[in-house]
Ligand binder design. Structure first.
Ligand code: PEP
Length: 253
């Protein structure tokens, strides 16, 4: 049985003080939730949030990291810096990184491999644009991003990778993929993974859905056999919106 992973991507939203406050509210309100929970504040908020999460079951995540381990890379943040702050997982290949900052599959793959080599769990994001979906290319795009993102990742390491399917047209737009549309792509990703690794590895792969997830649609999405959690943007910025998603199976949404 795969664990559900519910993660909040806070993007570029809080000051360190606000982030500490939100993290404190979440620690209190998410006590007893049995799913794996993760929050990913911005880099400057990590130290304060790390303190708040100590002793709780919430895991600390980062939103990105450099592809190089150290050196003259002005403005970048390294894997070792993240590890030193207690970060357990890192979101890589988010559509905002791909489409606003021009990150390529090759660069994302270098980050995935470095994260794994240093003991950080990558959450590899994949997803098609609206144009690609309308052209009937969603499956092909997502499979290519999955294959290229995982190039060179050994079977021994791949068990620490999470995939996140985030259709670009559903991120921050209020448009959610229907549970059936999302399930179809999640199934394709799992099949692709089985071909790259093995059916057993594919069975264990956690695939999150991301794109306008809310308390109102979380349970329906999570009821799909191949949807194993959520990567949440907008609705992760307020405890009142994130808690019902994390408690999607408790009948309170
Ligand atoms: C995201 O940025 O990963 C995301 C899914 O955002 P939102 O939930 O706001 O669509």
């Amino acid at each position: 049985m795969r664990p559900y992973l519910i993660a909040g991507n806070w993007k570029m939203n809080q000051t360190p003080e606000e982030a500490v406050q939100l993290a404190g509210e979440l620690v209190r309100q998410l006590q007893g939730v049995k799913h794996k929970l993760l929050i990913a504040p911005s880099f400057v908020c990590l130290p304060g949030v790390a303190e708040v999460l100590k002793g709780s079951s919430l895991l600390l995540g980062a939103q990105n990291m450099a592809a190089e381990e150290e050196g003259a890379f002005t403005g970048e943040t390294s894997v070792n810096m993240l590890l030193a702050l207690g970060v357990k997982a890192v979101i890589l290949g988010h559509s905002e990184r791909r489409h606003i900052f021009g990150e390529t599959d090759e660069l994302i793959n270098a980050k995935v491999r470095l994260a794994l080599a240093k003991g950080l769990e990558p959450i590899l994001c994949v997803g098609e644009t609206l144009e690609e979906r309308q052209a009937g290319r969603a499956g092909e795009v997502v499979k290519t991003q999955t294959r290229k993102g995982l190039a060179g990742v050994s079977p021994a390491d791949v068990g620490r990778v999470t995939l996140a399917y985030e259709p670009v047209w559903a991120i921050g737009t209020g448009k959610t993929a229907t549970p059936q549309d999302a399930e179809e792509i999640h199934g394709l990703i799992r099949d692709c993974f089985a071909g790259l690794y093995s059916p057993r590895e594919a069975e264990n792969l956690v695939i999150q859905y991301g794109g306008s997830v809310k308390g109102e649609n979380a349970a329906q999405l999570m009821a799909q056999p191949n949807i194993d959690g959520a990567l949440v943007g907008g609705a992760s910025l307020k405890a009142a919106a994130f808690v019902p998603i994390a408690r999607f199976d408790e009948g309170r949404t």
